[in-house]
Design a protein around this ligand. Sequence first.
Ligand code: PAF
Length: 308
Amino acid sequence: LQVLKEKEEIRNAVKNARLAGKTVGLVPTMGYLHEGHLSLVRKSASGCGITIVSIFVNPTQFGPMEDLSKYPRDLTRDLELLANTGADIVYFPKKDSMYRDGFSTWVNENDISKGLCGKTRRHHFRGVLTIVAKLFNIVQPDVAYFGQKDYQQAILIVNMAEELDFSVKIEICPIIREQDGLAMSSRNAYLNPSERKEAVIFNRTLRFVENEFISGKDSVEDLTMIGSVYFHDNSSTAKLEYLEIKDAETLENLKVIDEYPAVVLIAGKIGKTRLIDNLILKKSDQPVFTLMDEMEQTGKTVTDNFQG
Ligand code: PAF
């Protein structure tokens, strides 16, 4: 496992890989890796000739009151995990090489990024899209892997790749969960034992909404209302930020879930820790749906340069 810090080093490594006929997979991360990240690395390692994992705690996606300085970091542990998971190169850039003084060029999305998490995290998606665009330009991967847990982020990245003509295939991989259903996240490390117990309310609420949907309720207003009531009745310290049901492909509003697929998304706080989760809503007789399948069916993934 090689650790490279400079853009030139990455570009050379990618050039050499291509000369050797290898396809290039990129897994962008902010480090403090867990099984969710490792599932992306395994997917890349099995599908691409080389796998590059970037580790960069991107300051521009954190708000002024958010947890940038406290964001968990453990490079030694990350490198150990990656060496055992099939990664070839870790790209670990310095902040100054990503953002020079006076940096002022941004990727802004003006629609989907304003709702859901964008309501409370005003510049978050501008920071995410800008750093992901930079990583795509530096690494020029054939395939880039992201997790479905950050659903709004995933849709925004797929749209950005399409609208700005990045020649990369975007793969969105399923959420990896703890045994009790809590979606894996680096932020789970902030939870104390009683908060950790309570954190399961986010996934339980999604499952409750799913059950109500399966048993026949299809009004978005009704489902979100009973979901919110369930959350409030079954949590003590957790605070709900939003529970919304959207078109799974476009994240547009729905009134009724009649045309599949839909996605129910939840965000909230336990103490100071902000958690998010989501679940695709499908009836049992519907074929299994993943975000990735849907993107493929609708031709939304960009496959131009994909040889792997
Ligand atoms: O999902 C994340 O960890 C980050 O938002 C990403 C995509 C690595 C950009 O910093």
